[in-house]
Design a protein. Structure first.
Length: 154
């Protein structure tokens, strides 16, 4: 059996985002959509459109003696904002604001000193990459596929 911090880190990321006051009106989805969601703003943890994996990981020995291992992994995520109008600029602004709130939720504050460690599940985590997706189909849609990169010791 493989020892990994991935399951705990994904669970912690979901909990942090669901507890973020600025994201209270956003659907925080664990993995892909299983049903037609009615809210127009969503954040998926562990899923991106077209991606084959939810998380990619790599492990290596931490040092001589093989007592501990280092684990680096990337949690693929996706934020989406859509509306029935054709205002792409508004959707772009909205989706980047959503991801900005995620960045804020992952920063250490006096109220959340363990946020960058995903509540102690990893050594550190931060948002590292993103790809903007735009579409006009029954309204405007802007999506931002992004990655939360983590480092853990196991």
């Amino acid at each position: 059996m493989m020892t990994s911090r991935v399951p705990a880190a994904v669970d912690a990321l979901l909990a942090i985002l669901r507890a973020a006051p600025a994201l209270a009106e956003v659907d925080i989805v664990d993995g892909p959509v299983a049903v037609n969601l009615t809210r127009l703003r969503r954040i998926h943890v562990g899923w991106q459109p077209g991606a084959d994996a939810a998380v990619s990981l790599e492990q290596s020995f931490n040092g001589a003696g093989a007592r501990t291992r280092d684990e680096a992994f990337t949690i693929l995520c996706y934020a989406e904002a859509r509306a029935g109008d054709k205002d792409m600029q508004a959707r772009r602004t909205e989706v980047f604001a959503l991801v900005g709130e995620i960045e804020q939720a992952l920063r250490a504050t006096n109220a959340a000193p363990a946020a960058p460690t995903l509540s102690g599940t990893v050594l550190w985590a931060h948002l590292t990459a993103g790809d903007l997706i735009q579409a006009q189909a029954e309204g405007s849609l802007a999506g931002l596929a992004f990655a939360v990169t983590c480092q853990a010791r196991i």
